[in-house]
Design a protein around this ligand. Structure first.
Ligand code: GLN
Length: 498
């Protein structure tokens, strides 16, 4: 019952609403019901207040009804939507999964929110995340871990774990996450759904609380490629409010999906030699090889390339991303933003220090210390400077593969399936290795997509990642659609409410 209304696809919902066949109140109530039930079991939401969301939905429905009367077709009409807790919605708390910002109400809408609203989406709440996006399991949230809908003893992945679990459990058809080093694709893979990290600059970051500004991108999570394309089309495109947004207009990728040839003849997909060795779980490896056979059967050619610099991706990322994070998080001091310490007998400096010590969680502190260290005068050149040069070299290495006629680079999305809650919390390094395949796209600014390719012997989902040249999101969507249509992977976790 709970899943019925909102387990429809976003495309079906918007079609039905635009044709007047679905009442917005019914849609909103069904969504509220399922989010409430799902959150209780999986901890997908933060600041969840059903009555408040219900009031806000009534207002949103009024606005939407008047736009539906004046406009012909709204691409996301009546589609229930969840957004990650680091995306600002005017008047709502945007806490980034942190205790420090638990009192921070956003003063304006992020550009993606303005676009979702204009497209007719119904915003139904905010999803749980690793604090400031720092994590790969959603266990670094001040609001508790998110559970994986496929097995509640396992992590949902991170940092957009709440968004991924909510979409996977059928609470909503689509959600927005953000991806700095894999945070859309890795939880999408762990929860058996689709996730897209667009090209850097394709989607406006205005109103996204910055973690690593040169890496961050907002992107959609969904249960089908067409829904992914539908949302991507709404949020992509130039924005004068974000100086890093690219002025290339995005064409409708959804329309293109229907116009494209229905096979992959002439498409060359590369696998990376260095990726398929140590650390890759054998079941994930086997599923990946099987998926490549599916791509071959659709007409694609598979080639093997060597990218020796990729072994430096993780250290390079953790130097650059923590450096950027330490600068971005400097503004949270309990004065300009954040909860101030209650201790009245402190000097100004002690008040800043104490507020930050009380407000930030352990992982965030670790990253700030690492980031300030690599930026400090004596070490800047040997860490930050060098990492910047390696980043440029990695980008060139990838460019040369694409220039050599390769259209896509394929890999597993993550080296393993979801792991048990608390299994890796004491071991930062093994946690950081979860992102070994995803981080590269952020270092190079490339678009990348994760799609489900089946489950391991424990019934946990496995994902495959495709990475494309800059601004070629279309080839990602088109190729993954071929896989989806041929294989129809099982997306339905069972027993969530048991
Ligand atoms: N897991 C990576 C990190 O902790 C990536 C997170 C992200 O993409 N936001 O930095």
């Amino acid at each position: 019952m709970i899943r019925e209304a909102s387990s429809r696809s976003a495309l079906e919902i918007s079609r039905a609403v635009n044709e007047g066949q679905l009442r917005l109140e019914d849609m909103a109530n069904a969504a509220l019901e399922s989010i409430d039930a799902g959150h209780k079991v999986l901890n997908t939401q933060v600041h969840w207040n059903r009555a408040e969301v219900s009031d806000s939905l009534k207002e949103q429905i009024k606005t939407l009804e008047s736009s539906l009367r004046s406009k012909k077709n709204l691409p996301l009409a009546g589609v229930p939507f969840l957004i990650k807790d680091n995306i600002m919605v005017a008047g709502e708390i945007a806490s980034c999964g942190s205790r420090f910002l638990s009192n921070h109400r956003a003063a304006y809408d992020a550009t993606v929110i303005t676009r979702l609203k204009a497209a007719g989406a119904l915003l139904c709440g905010r999803t749980n995340m690793d604090e400031f996006g720092m994590g790969s399991s959603n266990e670094n949230s001040a609001y508790g871990p998110v559970r994986n809908p496929w097995n509640k003893e396992y992590v949902a992945g991170g940092s957009s774990g709440g968004a991924a679990a909510a979409v996977s459990a059928g609470l909503v058809p689509v959600a927005l996450g953000s991806d700095t080093g894999g945070s859309i694709r890795q939880p999408a893979s762990f929860c058996g759904i689709y996730g897209l990290k667009p090209t850097y600059g394709r989607v406006s970051r205005y109103g996204l609380v910055a973690y690593g500004s040169s890496f961050d991108q907002i992107g959609p999570l969904a249960r089908s490629i067409r829904d992914l394309a539908l949302v991507y089309d709404v949020i992509a495109g130039p924005d004068p409010l974000d100086s890093t947004s690219h002025n290339l207009s995005a064409e409708s990728s959804l329309e293109r999906l229907s116009a494209e040839p229905q096979d992959l003849k002439g498409i060359k997909i590369a696998t990376v030699r260095e990726y398929l060795g140590d650390g890759l779980n054998p079941e994930v490896h086997a599923a990946f090889q099987r998926a490549l056979e599916v791509y071959k059967s659709r007409g694609a050619t598979i080639v093997d390339v060597s990218l020796p610099l990729l072994k430096l991706a993780i250290p390079t990322y953790y130097i650059l991303a923590t450096a950027e994070a330490s600068a971005n998080l400097a503004r949270f001091d309990g004065v300009r933003y954040g909860v101030r310490t209650q201790d009245p007998n402190l000097s100004l400096k002690e008040m800043y220090t104490r507020s930050r010590s009380e407000g930030f969680g352990k992982e965030v502190k670790q990253r700030i210390m690492l980031g300030t260290y690599v930026l400090s005068a004596g070490y800047y050149e040997s860490f930050y400077g060098k990492a910047g040069r390696i980043r440029a070299a990695i980008r060139q290495e990838l460019e040369s593969v694409f220039k050599g006629g390769v259209h896509l680079i394929a890999s597993p999305t993550a080296p393993t399936t979801a792991f048990r809650l608390e299994q890796k919390t004491q071991d930062s390094l093994s946690m950081y290795l979860s992102d070994v395949y995803t981080i590269v796209a952020n270092l190079a600014g490339l678009p990348a997509l994760s799609h489900p390719i089946g489950c391991d012997s424990q019934g946990l989902p496995i994902g495959l990642q495709l990475m494309a040249p800059m601004f070629d999101e279309n080839i990602l969507l088109r190729s993954a659609l071929q896989y989806e249509e041929q294989e129809r992977p099982d997306l339905q976790p069972r027993g969530i409410f048991a």
